[in-house]
Design a protein. Structure first.
Length: 237
């Protein structure tokens, strides 16, 4: 349960950062003049070329999520998010990014076994990945993000599964992550053409998250859990 909650927390941080917090972009380089899509598309959607670059300026982010027995609090900071078009083949653009992210996350949940209360803190983790965007709508179709051996501080305040010694409740660990989030319907933030008085709703979609989150402590917990399972003492459901 603890490893799953940590993974979900990191995923939500990345999704939130990339989808909802960017201010209007400052374009720092453009290798082609402004164009619009051909009549094959519905409206005057801007056309991007390989090599086009933008830098998004991002404020500090505070997000609070509450749902009955579960609470997630996120506090994130990214100085800037640079995006570069690296591929324009087919119906989608592929944009690459590299940035540093700091923040803190807190998770509280009680699924019936007892309260789980965990906090995670990290500073300037080096994050990179790709964003796939639909050409006809500029909607986000997929986000992939990864980092390798970045330092996280994990504070296990409460959990009902096993009695931990004090030194295991406050740990520093290096985490490696590679995660992809895919959306059934691309998430569109704008609708085109942009005229005075126009209004629109954001897109509804289902999404799936796939990938790996690895660190020494996860492997150790898994080993101990498998060992305990031999004696009917499994502590991680």
């Amino acid at each position: 349960m603890k490893t799953k909650l940590i993974g979900v927390l990191i995923c939500v941080m990345l999704m939130t950062t990339l989808l909802t917090v960017a201010k209007p972009p400052e374009k720092i380089e453009n290798t082609s003049p402004t164009e619009t899509m051909s009549s094959a598309y519905d409206a005057d959607v801007p056309v991007w070329e390989v090599g086009d670059k933008w830098t998004y300026k991002i404020d500090n982010i505070s997000i609070n999520y509450y749902q009955e027995s579960q609470t997630i609090n996120l506090y994130l900071a990214i100085a800037e998010l640079p995006l570069t078009v690296i591929d324009t083949a087919g119906d989608y653009y592929t944009l690459a990014f590299q940035t540093n992210m700091s923040g803190q996350g807190k998770v509280y949940t009680d699924q019936g076994d007892g309260p789980v209360n965990i906090s995670i803190t990290f500073t300037s983790i080096a994050l990179s990945g790709n964003v796939i965007i639909e050409k006809s709508t500029l909607g986000v179709k997929e986000i992939s993000a990864s980092f390798e051996k970045q330092k996280f501080l994990v504070d296990i305040i409460d959990q009902p599964y096993i009695e931990l010694p004090l030194w295991l409740r406050h740990i520093s660990t290096k985490i490696t992550m590679d995660i992809t989030t895919n959306y059934d319907t691309p998430i569109t933030m704008l609708t085109f053409p942009l005229n005075t008085g126009i209004f629109w709703n954001s897109t509804a979609t289902n999404f799936s998250i796939n990938g790996k989150i690895q660190c020494f402590w996860f492997k150790l917990l898994n080993f101990l859990n498998n060992l305990a399972k031999l004696f009917d003492k499994e502590f991680l459901p």
